[in-house]
Ligand binder design. Structure first.
Ligand SMILES: [Zn+2]
Ligand SMILES: [Zn+2]
Length: 255
């Protein structure tokens, strides 16, 4: 029976999404903030060490988001089992190149959708109902990577499942996309830049969102709305990177 299967698949996926969240987030948190000597891995972005109240809030919203993300995913799975959606198992059907092309298309659509949704969520009339929960973390911790108000989670969670009805995709590509989503979200909220400076400040970093880039959004609400890429922020002039502090020795002399 469809409805009963949907409920049980939703429960299983909720558990899987929450377990994935706790595992990855806890590992990154321990790496960055859990060192015994009090030092911080990477280039520290947060002024203060994470507070227990912030983490508790982030955990609560993230676990709530888990089931909101699970529901449309479970719906797609149950429809797919019954012959629906464009999810296919035989790679030869569209060729190997399509695995990469489809993955890129999904990422670009998600990035574009999220940029505009994010800007909309910052409108005064709706901000406190849909997006304030995420912004309670002014100095985010890895636990903030999935902490959304239920309305924001609902607005974001349906997109990838809906695309499976329009654009053919292989389950392996879905797994890769979910992995990218998780890693990007956790790294961008780590409160410390774990990527090397040459990457963040080089030509790749000019187009790619990093913790350095996203932490600016948590302190200056009016900039850096993108999800993966800086394209939309740059095109719409909402892109902002913190000025790199120059060592005192190269500072221009005051005349
Ligand atoms: Zn925001
Ligand atoms: Zn954020």
């Amino acid at each position: 029976m469809f409805f009963r299967d949907l409920v049980s698949t939703t429960l299983i996926l909720t558990f899987a999404i929450a377990a994935r969240y706790l595992l990855v987030v806890w590992a990154v948190y321990a790496l960055v903030w859990g060192r015994k000597d009090g030092s911080v891995a990477g280039r520290r972005l947060n002024r203060d060490r994470p507070k227990a109240t912030t983490i508790r809030h982030e955990l609560k919203l993230s676990l709530l988001s888990s089931w909101i993300y699970a529901l449309p995913a479970a719906l797609v799975f149950e429809v797919w089992r019954r012959g629906g959606t464009l999810v296919y198992l035989n790679v030869d059907r569209y060729g190997v190149a399509w695995l990469f092309v489809s993955g890129a298309i999904y990422l670009l659509i998600q990035d574009t959708y999220y940029y505009w949704l994010h800007r909309l969520m910052h409108k005064h009339a709706v901000f406190r109902y849909v997006h304030a929960g995420h912004h309670r973390s002014r100095q985010p911790t890895p636990f903030a990577s999935f902490s959304f108000d239920w309305a924001e989670a609902a607005l974001a969670a349906w997109l990838l499942p809906a695309l499976t009805f329009l654009i053919p995709i292989h389950p392996a590509v879905i797994v890769v996309l979910l992995t990218i989503m998780t890693i990007a979200a956790v790294l961008n909220h780590a409160g410390s830049e774990l990527l090397p400076a040459w990457l963040v400040e080089g030509p790749v970093g000019a187009w790619l969102i990093s913790a350095t880039h996203h932490s600016v959004h948590h302190t200056h609400y009016g900039a850096n709305f993108g999800l993966y890429f800086r394209f939309w922020d740059r095109a719409m002039r909402t892109d902002m990177m913190p000025a790199r502090e120059r060592p005192a020795s190269v500072e221009a002399p005051v005349s």
